[in-house]
Design a protein around this ligand. Sequence first.
Ligand code: SAM
Length: 444
Amino acid sequence: MEKQRYLVLTHPSKTAFGDFQTPLELARAVCGLIAQTGFDPASILEPTCGIGTFLQAALETFPNARRVLGFELNPHYVSQAQHVYAKIRSQARVEIHQANFFLTDWQALIATLSEPMLVIGNPPWVTNSALSTLNSANTPVKANLDHLRGIDALTGKSNFDISEWMLRKNLEWLDGKHGMLAVLCKTTVARKVLAYAWQRGMRIASASLYHFDSRAYFGVAVDACLLLVHSHPAGNSQQCAVFSTLQTHYPARVFGWQDGVIVADLALYQKWRALFGTGLKGWRSGIKHDSSQLFELRVEHGKLINGLGEVVDLEPDVLFPLLKSSDLAARRQPRLWMVVPQQTMSDDPSRLQVDAPKTWHYLTTHADLLDKRKSSIYKNRPRFSIFGVGSYSFAPWKIAISGLYKNSNLLGYHLTKGVRWFLMILAISFRATLKRSAISCTNS
Ligand SMILES: C[S@@+](CC[C@H](N)C(=O)[O-])C[C@H]1O[C@@H](n2cnc3c(N)ncnc32)[C@H](O)[C@@H]1O
């Protein structure tokens, strides 16, 4: 790799303009990839061209282009680029102008360009909130990108990269035309911009995303990519192939727009799509019983033992495997059994006198401990009641979230007919009440 000539930018005004000039070798690699797709542009446009490296690489790669246009805000860069192009021999009409992206009448200009049209470049990598910290006016009219409410603005949802705004415009210009967008940007921005286009049914023939090492080329640790979007009047693709590097030939995965959402891996989604459903009514906090000594049993030498060390003999119908938060985190099978004396909150445990007499005897023998349970939720409830039980407790599938650990793991537990497991569902909840009750059941 030729020694890098990236700029490491710390000067506030450079930061405000997202000023990372692309090294020529990277611009050439990008143009090479475009050429490999067979795309041969008649006109080339770079809306924020800087010193014009991309235009130079494009002129070298696409000799059939008849018109090449570059625009840039910084007048020094404009003269630098003009100087370079004065020396390049080309059949194309090359023009570099000083212009502010946000104040340019792009529609009028685009109407004059022949197809196929290539919009290429590396728009500024800076967020609107960084700009407001810098007191910079380098933003679109203070438009709210997605008409977000004040609360979303406060929580940062309304923060966006100004490149995102520019790339949305680029795709709008190309919609219904034979063209290509080829840009370097943050990977998050690429995904958002594609989602924007897919959601609006823009006519896209294909899209691909190539990761590249932004530290090597620009000296910044940002998850960055080359986004290629091929537009065509008949295009109706809503997928994007993801390549791990600019040199990779086979995509690692394909993401896309499906069932009204952006799906990270379409192949995996197809495999598991049957599980997709609506109707989740909300998270449950799991059963609360406040007496692990009596309700939670371990198995030793084939016998059930309670927390007091007593051997316990109960009807199987009241016993359910108990999956603790710590089991979930350690990917363990349930190690304990739970006594569940009620099927619903309105169920009276006294029915056990008939349905499960050994269990009723067990509970009444330890009534002194159970009657002392402090929580107010047991007041005015039938004796030996538990809390947080209902038909959902016995559902064949559950999604359980253990919110007490740093690492994220995804597990699926299927409760088969023969083996009835009871899963403590520990929902991460922003509501302290839910969290408290869940933790009190799972302090293992
Ligand atoms: C990331 S640099 C890339 C420059 C060039 N496209 C390249 O690839 O080397 C972004 C460029 O956008 C320019 N720029 C920033 N805000 C702009 C605006 N509002 N209108 C036009 N150009 C702008 C900056 O001056 C800078 O040259």
